[in-house]
Write a protein that binds this ligand. Structure first.
Ligand SMILES: [Zn+2]
Length: 71
């Protein structure tokens, strides 16, 4: 399983119909799938989405990290 660092989103980069998932517990990824990769926070390395397919993790999917030292 590979570990992919999610890129930080710049203002204006995300489509208006895109959504943001908010992680409530830093120990529990927001998404859990059956794909090949874990997606981790760009700032702190916390796992935000586990076992996801890269094709699903597009710019429409944003996750707000719950770690206190987030970003
Ligand atoms: Zn983080």
């Amino acid at each position: 399983m590979a570990r992919v660092v999610m890129r930080e989103v710049r203002p204006g980069e995300v489509p208006k119909d895109g959504g943001t998932a908010v992680q409530e517990d830093p120990d529990r990824p927001v998404f859990h799938g059956n794909g090949p990769d874990d997606f981790v926070c760009a700032g702190c390395g916390n796992v935000l989405a586990a076992a996801m397919d890269a094709g699903y993790m597009t710019y429409r999917v944003r996750v707000r990290c719950a770690a206190a030292a987030g970003r």
